[in-house]
Design a protein around this ligand. Structure first.
Ligand SMILES: [Zn+2]
Length: 315
């Protein structure tokens, strides 16, 4: 990335100064999709951060990635970016479905989060995690920077038992733990540091723009990110005593489902394919059994049905 930075130095300085001056990026779109009406957005990817980075820096190399991943986003910056993203996402969602942060389902999910959160490497950074429930049949779940998880009721139905649902919770917490969604913000920070000596450009201001933000957060995770989150989900539920094979089976159920229905929710989107995710999860389960054998692993059908976590009652 660095060599290309230099080649494009002049051009980039112009863009940054446009951003500094404000008014170039459209104001937050209050959840509404808006077309870019400024030369900056038109020239660089039509408001899509991925296109912007690609057009400007070219294809990304492993070396580029390593440099980006070293960038730090402060807790405060992360919260701000996350808050904007959650606001935009929920504003859009509320037009289609009921969204709530209270009730029996939310309380139940919160308790599962409490069980799994200590497994995170950065648990201290995410001391309180907000949970929302979308009243929708879609089996989906998402996480947002700063520590917000959004579950769709359909996921509670498809999970069939607490072990599988705990795996989904672990998967989402893993995305947070590895800061998978802060990648674009880190790229902007690196670009800023390289060009301006750091005088005032804030990545969160950049990402506050409604459309940039929506596109940044609708980007599917990279296959490596999904695999990493799946692996954490399996390891973490195993550690706290659930049977990770239930999470694996959930991927199979999803494979069956998506053969019937068109499109897939974000949680199950694109690569790796469901069948691969199933096989990888089962392999990891076998590995864990070899290393630290556990005879009794918990499934918890009744727990999910009653919305009472195993931390409170075993059936
Ligand atoms: Zn994921």
């Amino acid at each position: 990335m660095l060599s290309r930075f230099h080649r494009n130095n002049g051009r980039f300085a112009v863009i940054l100064s446009l951003i500094f001056a404000g008014g170039v990026l459209p104001r937050p779109a209050s959840g509404q999709e808006r077309r870019p009406n400024n030369p900056f957005a038109k020239q660089f990817g039509g408001g899509d951060p991925q296109e912007f980075f690609k057009k400007f820096f070219g294809a990304e190399t492993d070396e580029d990635r390593a440099a980006v991943e070293k960038m730090k986003v402060s807790t405060r910056e992360e919260r701000r970016i996350g808050q904007s993203a959650v606001d935009a996402y929920l504003a859009g969602m509320k037009r289609r479905a009921k969204v709530t942060d209270r009730g029996k389902d939310v309380e139940y999910l919160r308790k599962l989060v409490t069980t799994l959160r200590p497994m995170m490497k950065n648990a201290g950074r995410y001391r309180s995690i907000r949970v929302f429930l979308v009243e929708s049949d879609e089996p989906d779940a998402r996480s947002f920077p700063g520590g917000t998880l959004i579950f769709f009721r359909g996921m509670l139905d498809l999970a069939e038992n607490e072990a599988a649902l705990a795996g989904v919770v672990g998967h989402e917490l893993s995305h947070l733990d590895h800061q998978h969604q802060l990648y674009d913000a880190k790229r902007m920070k690196l670009a800023q540091r390289t060009f301006t000596g750091g005088n005032g450009f804030s990545p969160e201001a950049f990402f506050r723009d409604g459309m940039m933000l929506a596109k940044s957060f609708s980007r599917p995770f990279r296959p490596e990110e999904e695999s990493e989150a799946d692996a954490d989900g399996v390891r973490w539920v195993y550690k706290v005593g659930y049977d990770p094979r239930e999470m694996a089976k959930l991927f199979l159920r999803m494979a069956e489902r998506s053969r019937e229905a068109r499109g897939a929710p974000a949680f199950f989107r694109t690569h790796p394919y469901h069948a691969d995710r199933y096989a990888t999860a089962m392999d990891l389960y076998n590995e864990l059994q070899k290393k630290t054998p556990k005879k009794e692993l918990y499934v918890g059908r009744e727990n999910l049905r009653e919305r009472i976590p195993k931390s409170e009652k075993t059936f």
